[in-house]
Design a protein around this ligand. Structure first.
Ligand code: DCP
Ligand code: MG
Length: 363
């Protein structure tokens, strides 16, 4: 790791139980009770998030709402109001911008900030993060957690460490000790399946992974193996991907209840398309970029996903519909998520392949 990389100050901010916290703020009688936001238990709905009281019962994101009420019979489940959550997200993004322009939003409630060389608080990332969290609470009544570290990977792990309403700083001299003992399942991208696979290989903590060559890791874990080689050593040289150098722009929506049949799904496309055009227009006003291809993404009721991408001469909705029909015909299952978007040409080199496609903070 060269000095330059080692000395970066990356802050990862993530709101606590975001959707649920907003609902509880707006209805204080829910305070202290188990609360979730999501779809109906009667109609195959899923949980988007739950507050920490509900989590004690095992309620979590992506769990079926029916299972959630079985685990926690007193659970209050509220329907999502995405417009309201977006408004809060805009307020939070505005607070971030008081401290830096180098911001990479990951979702409505989460972003990386590059505070390298900051003049605030004598250059202390720790104090900047405290101040950001204080301002968020003062201006929205919501709590956030933060991680401060020399790279994105560790900042993200750190923001989760003292959740809710906490933060953790990992200074460069702490990196080695911290990462050596870090359970591999804490690495973003290591889900249940990968964790189990690693377990079978005798790998539990990051230092166990150090025994494997980059080649071996790629053999076992595909492309992700290459990142793992660095991550398990606490190395992550990815720069932030700010809105100026994004590769693509898309809008996607997860439905509170799965949608059956192509016709019903197609009914959802116009609203998504309108939202996509608005965002594209807003983005193009800041950064003129040529569109290389249109794409759509579908997630099915079995949680598998598929995407279709193709060049078209224009952005007509019919083109998205064609791509959608092609994607849908691959499985013909009920659909839980639809996304539509574009990929831009003229990429600068070295930009990370990252666009979660989720609704993100408006930077
Ligand atoms: N979300 C969703 N579906 C998921 C995961 C999340 O709709 N499968 C939504 C609801 C969350 C928001 O995104 O409130 C932010 O996601 P997080 O993973 O950050 O979860 P929370 O902010 O709710 O909780 P935490 O305190 O763990 O960050
Ligand atoms: Mg969150």
């Amino acid at each position: 790791m060269d000095n330059q990389t080692n000395n970066r100050k990356i802050v990862h901010v993530d709101m606590d139980a975001f959707y649920a916290a907003i609902e509880i703020r707006d209805n204080p009688t829910l305070q202290g009770k188990p609360v979730a936001v999501g779809g109906d238990p009667q109609s195959r709905g899923v949980i988007a998030t739950a507050n920490y009281e509900a989590r004690k019962f095992g309620v979590h994101s992506a769990l079926s709402s029916a299972m959630a009420v079985r685990l926690c019979p007193n659970l209050t489940i509220l329907h999502p109001d995405i417009g309201k959550y977006k408004n809060e997200s805009i307020k939070i993004a505005e607070i971030f911008r008081r401290f830096t322009d180098i911001i990479e939003p990951l979702s409505l409630d989460e972003a990386y900030l590059d505070m390298t060389g900051t003049e605030f608080f004598g250059g202390s990332g720790t104090l900047v993060a405290e101040e950001i969290r204080r301002l968020i609470f003062e201006e929205t009544g919501l709590t956030a957690s933060a991680g401060i570290a020399p790279n994105k990977f560790l900042a993200k792990v750190a923001s989760d460490w003292n959740k809710p309403n906490g933060q953790l700083s990992i200074s460069p001299d702490m990196v080695e000790r911290f990462v050596n003992n870090l359970p591999v399942k804490k690495i973003p991208g290591v889900g249940k399946v990968t964790d189990e696979k690693m377990s079978r290989m005798g790998v539990k903590i990051c230092s166990d992974l150090e025994a494997f060559s980059s080649k071996k890791l790629v053999e076992h874990f595909g492309k992700f193996g290459k990142s793992l080689y660095g991550l398990c050593r606490g190395i992550d040289n990815r720069e932030l991907v700010t809105s100026r150098d994004r590769k693509s722009l898309s809008v996607e929506r997860t439905f509170a209840e799965d949608i059956d049949g192509m016709e019903n799904c197609l009914e959802k496309v116009p609203a998504l398309y309108e939202e996509f055009l608005r965002r594209l227009e807003r983005y193009q006003a800041k950064a003129k970029r040529d569109v290389k291809a249109l794409h759509v993404k579908l997630k099915f009721s079995d949680f598998s996903s598929t995407s279709v991408e193709r060049h078209f001469d224009n952005l007509e909705i019919d083109n998205f519909v064609k791509l959608f029909e092609e994607g849908f015909s691959r499985k013909e299952l009920a659909v839980r998520l639809i996304g539509i978007g574009v990929r831009f040409s003229n990429l600068e080199s070295g930009v990370a392949e990252e666009d979660s496609g989720q609704l993100t903070l408006r930077i």
